[in-house]
Ligand binder design. Sequence first.
Ligand SMILES: Nc1nc2c(ncn2[C@@H]2O[C@H](COP(=O)(O)OP(=O)(O)OP(=O)(O)O)[C@@H](O)[C@H]2O)c(=O)[nH]1
Ligand SMILES: [Mg+2]
Length: 307
Amino acid sequence: MFDFLRSRGTAHVRPMTNTSLFSESVPSASSPTFTEPWRTISWGDKDRDLNYVQDYKPSKGSVKHLRVLLYGPVGAGKSSFINSVSSILRGRMAIPAAVSAATSEISFTNKYETHTIEREDGDPDGFYPLVLSDIMGLEDGTNKGVCTEDIKLTMMGHVMDKYLFNSTSPLLSGCAGYEKDPSANDICHILVCVISANSAETKPSVLQKMKTVREAARDLGIPQVCILTHIDEACGITESNLKDVYHSKYIKRKMEEMSSSVGFPMNCIFPVKNYNEETKLNDDIDTLILDALRYIINFGDDFIKKL
Ligand SMILES: Nc1nc2c(ncn2[C@@H]2O[C@H](COP(=O)(O)OP(=O)(O)OP(=O)(O)O)[C@@H](O)[C@H]2O)c(=O)[nH]1
Ligand SMILES: [Mg+2]
């Protein structure tokens, strides 16, 4: 009943959509889909979610913006997620973060960059009180990719914007790029781990780095969620219709794998598809990203309240 095919571009398997199967009212145990979605999401209500995000203000007046820090394996879609959120909030395509078209084992993003999002509604504040911080990706092996120590320093607000990461040596106190006295606006309010649903099994050294980062965030009390990207490439069912994401057994299994390998509870994992080839906004892509963003904002704001 399964028709496993190699997915586009990468050597991983995914279940193909079988529309006749899918329309059966009671799928058999080996069907690739659930009859009912296992998580509910309101499709077609994008404006409500968009307004929620657009109207957000940090609950503590002394904090100017909620800072979201993204980290994860190289090529997972961290920079693309920033571009996707920017595009959705601005109502048009925006590409503030540089993204490479080719996948590589070496991170395309090499510096710490904080992205603000301009308001298009003429609000005198000019920018949304939400900033997204991008960093270099985690690479396999020692002295490769971003150092976990630098991610910890970034969480604590010690890394200045535009700092160029050095894979062989973490930033030291007193060096150029080190912020001695970070404010509540510089620290990370929510840590978002970005992982691709379409990549090979995460390498043990990368998993170990992710564990180190998660433990550091735990010790600092920073809330954490996980974004599962590339769900369009990973699964034929979601590729043909994103609305079926919570019908797809494959995507659920991928989320469960992430949950057990990286340690995120299932209710902190959000599958999304980033904008990559589209030139126009799409309501289904927006709905999944806005759903994740609502949780990111709520959890991040809970942390702000405690500052
Ligand atoms: N189909 C698809 N492509 C995606 C998705 N997210 C990102 N991409 C593509 O994947 C590639 C890598 O995306 P990036 O956003 O650069 O990933 P990154 O995590 O920032 O990578 P580094 O900066 O190298 O660590 C790019 O070619 C994107 O266009 C997605 O959800 N679906
Ligand atoms: Mg990047």
